[in-house]
Design a protein around this ligand. Structure first.
Ligand SMILES: Nc1ncnc2c1ncn2[C@@H]1O[C@H](COP(=O)(O)OP(=O)(O)OP(=O)(O)O)[C@@H](O)[C@H]1O
Ligand SMILES: [Mg+2]
Length: 295
């Protein structure tokens, strides 16, 4: 992982400035450096910063020179047509791509200004700080209690059974699930409804006190009521956490996020204030997508 860029590589308008890009980024054969991101990819108080990120699956480039900040305590929505690289980019933020054979990440990604791709980075610890919730709820084949207690146990966060009970209860409460499951904590997590399972997965992510939560289409398998519950929850969670959410629902992006990033064929086309993106998109690709003409 090379440190190829910093905030200084962009013009003050917020457009990634090709002329200022470091040679290293321009030298990448597949890199589509012929595009500029419209809008401001960075924020003043960045929790995470991605600079000139390229991702390859073997020879195929899936992400092209993407730069984007995720601000502290903000919700950033990532939208775009299927296959544009949303999940791939999201996974670079906690190095989940590391476990995909043939996947290679270039560029610079920081968490609190520290390079998360430095060789001495403990990825287990990183993924506790930058948790992930997936499209399909994936509780472990264990009890509800153990699903939530698993992470804290691994990371030695509880020094007694009482402390563990407290962490489990607090996490389930914060995920808005405790009242529904408090009398069946020893029952399998897989026995819950889809929406409950997703909230259980959120409780599991929260239990290790992450700083950032990545959500990849967390509601796509849920009905409208369960979706509304998760969206409410996201709104509450942003008080304490930084959240990046991939969604296919533009209504959801508009409801839950403060900033929206529009991806197209591996490129970050446009990023900005969610209201602006939805009411006044600057790029024709963004406009086509949000007006339903594409994707
Ligand atoms: N494990 C993989 N191996 C090879 N190519 C992959 C892999 N995962 C994704 N890709 C490719 O990378 C590109 C981006 O895929 P990605 O899954 O990130 O898109 P996405 O925007 O999340 O799509 P969707 O909305 O359908 O989930 C696609 O061309 C996809 O085929
Ligand atoms: Mg995806």
């Amino acid at each position: 992982m090379s440190t190829v860029a910093s905030m200084g590589n962009f013009s003050s308008k917020g457009t990634a400035d090709k002329a200022d890009k470091p040679q290293q980024a321009l030298d990448i054969n597949h890199a589509a450096d012929d595009h500029e991101t419209i809008g401001t990819p960075w924020v003043e108080d960045a929790k995470m910063s991605a600079r000139n990120v390229n991702v390859f699956y073997g020879d195929k480039q899936a992400i092209m020179s993407v730069s984007l900040d995720i601000g502290r305590n903000e919700v950033v929505a990532m939208i775009g047509p299927s296959g544009c690289g949303k999940s791939t980019f999201l996974r670079t933020l906690n190095r989940m791509n590391d476990i995909i054979p043939g996947c290679r990440v270039e560029g610079n990604i920081t968490l609190d200004n520290e390079d998360i791709y430095q060789s001495q980075q403990d990825t287990v610890l990183l993924r506790a700080r930058v948790g992930m919730v997936f499209q399909k709820p994936n509780p472990f084949p264990k009890s509800i209690y153990e699903n939530v207690a698993y992470g804290p146990k691994i990371h030695g966060l509880a020094h007694s059974n009482a402390e563990m009970d407290e962490i489990v209860e607090k996490s389930l409460r914060r995920a808005g699930l405790f009242n529904e499951v408090k009398d069946q904590l020893d029952k399998p997590g897989t026995g819950l409804s889809g929406g409950q399972q997703q909230r259980l997965c959120i409780a599991r992510a929260i239990a290790v006190s992450p700083e950032v939560i990545l959500m990849d289409e967390p509601c796509s398998a849920l009905d409208p009521i369960a979706t509304a519950r998760i969206e409410e929850l996201i709104d509450e969670l942003k008080e304490k956490y930084t959240i990046a959410i991939v969604t296919h629902s533009m209504q959801q992006a508009a409801r839950v996020s403060q900033r929206t990033a529009y991806f197209h064929l591996g490129k970050l086309i446009e990023v900005g204030d969610t209201k602006e993106i939805f009411t006044n998109p600057q790029h024709h690709l963004t406009e086509n997508y949000i007006t339903g003409r594409f994707g």
